[in-house]
Design a protein around this ligand. Structure first.
Ligand code: GUN
Ligand code: FE
Length: 378
């Protein structure tokens, strides 16, 4: 009594999707420049675009498009990389807060192996990060939280990583980065950190690999036995980004194994390694990639079922945010109302059929309404 009831009739209501890894500034070149591997792609496409976010006018224009499209999508939560620039990162956070999406956003740290136009001095990176966190604290956002974001080991010196650890401890914030995505990248990390036993150990050396703070690592395509073991011990989350792994010819992550071993796994669009913020696509790519892995790489683990991939897009990634991604008792109410009437068929379909089909066919046009943390945002 006294609570408004909205009846959505025959539409399907599902928990909102969680994009566990996406780069907001890369949205501007989504769908472009996919004919390279990671390190060349970063130099050629990514760093030049990200440098533009020094200009707040450009950032405002570009981020508005990203935020508007994320709002229309089935995504209710996201872990987002911004750029090294403090002002435009705060602008992005203001915009996300205003539309009511629940997000963690990181000012990126980079103080080596990056072009002059997109590299900070170590002290500058530290000071800007502190100043960003102080400003964000004052804003008292309701839905938007900061997340520490060293880009990846190759772009952060040891000194910077040590200082970022101090910042993490002082401000008690979670951590996001990239891990074991590409062969060239992994070899480079081994050269840069000869003492590390494996890529993740290089983060762990600085206390930035899940032991003290919720931590999400994108990709984990080539994690070794030791790395998987450490991720398990430290509770590191995997953000599986299947479309990005295809586009950058990175490889096929053993996601079914991660699930079977009890690792926490969510899905990421990884725009602009991935071409779209539409997480229905990520669910489909995850299933399809797992079939190719089973067929071509490893028959030990079967392909993902649609239920498992749907789980990763909701409760799997959602748990990084707390009790999120499910309609079970005690969970926050993140919900998407889907209208599949555009997807005509002569067949009679069960509710499960209708949902399964949407994994392959749906986009923002099916999103009729969306609730984040109990608030209706569309
Ligand atoms: N590793 C370091 N930076 C990036 C990035 O922007 N995208 C991807 N996919 N991997 C990275
Ligand atoms: Fe990424």
């Amino acid at each position: 009594e006294g609570i408004l009831v909205e009846d959505y009739g025959d539409r399907i209501i599902v928990p909102g999707f969680v994009d566990l890894h996406v780069h907001a500034p890369q949205y501007a070149f989504r769908g472009l420049g996919m004919d390279m591997e990671l390190l060349d792609w970063l130099e050629t496409n990514t760093f030049p675009e990200e440098s533009k976010y020094k200009d707040i006018i450009y950032a405002k224009k570009a981020y508005q498009i990203f935020v508007d499209n994320l709002k229309k999508s089935a995504t209710t939560r996201a872990c987002i990389f911004a750029t090294i620039h403090k002002e435009s990162t705060i602008l992005l956070m203001d915009m996300l807060e205003k539309v009511g999406l629940a997000t963690m956003v990181g000012k990126v740290n980079m103080d080596r192996n990056s072009p002059d136009y997109l590299r900070e001095e170590t002290e500058e990176s530290v000071n800007e990060t502190i100043s960003w966190l102080e400003e964000v604290q004052k804003k008292q956002y309701q839905h938007t939280r900061p997340i520490l974001t060293p880009r990846f080991i190759p772009s952060c010196t040891d000194e910077l990583m040590h200082k970022l650890k101090d910042i993490q401890a002082k401000y008690q914030i979670p951590v996001q980065s990239h891990l074991s995505e590409n062969y060239g990248e992994i070899a480079w990390v081994q050269e840069l950190c000869p003492k590390s036993e494996f890529y993740g150990d290089a983060y762990d050396h600085f206390g930035l690999f899940g032991a003290d703070a919720p931590t999400v690592m994108a990709h984990c395509v080539y994690s070794t036995e030791e790395e998987i073991q450490r991720m398990k011990e430290n509770g590191v989350y995997v953000a599986h980004c299947p479309e990005s792994n295809e586009n950058l010819s990175s490889g096929i992550a053993p996601v079914k194994r991660y699930l079977e071993e009890g690792l926490s796994v969510g899905l990421g669009s990884d725009v602009a390694g991935g071409s779209t913020e539409n997480l229905f696509r990520a669910i489909a790519h995850a299933i399809q990639m797992s079939k190719m892995r089973w067929r071509l790489v490893d028959q030990k683990y079967p392909a993902l079922k649609s239920e498992e991939a749907f789980y990763m897009a909701t409760k799997g990634g959602g748990s990084f945010f707390g009790k999120v991604g499910s309609f079970e008792e005690g969970y926050e109410f993140d919900a998407v109302v889907l209208d599949d009437s555009r997807l005509e068929s002569s067949r009679q379909m069960s509710v499960k059929d209708r949902l399964e089909r949407m994994i392959y066919l749906a986009d923002e046009r099916e999103v009729k309404a969306k609730y984040v943390r109990g608030n209706k945002i569309i």
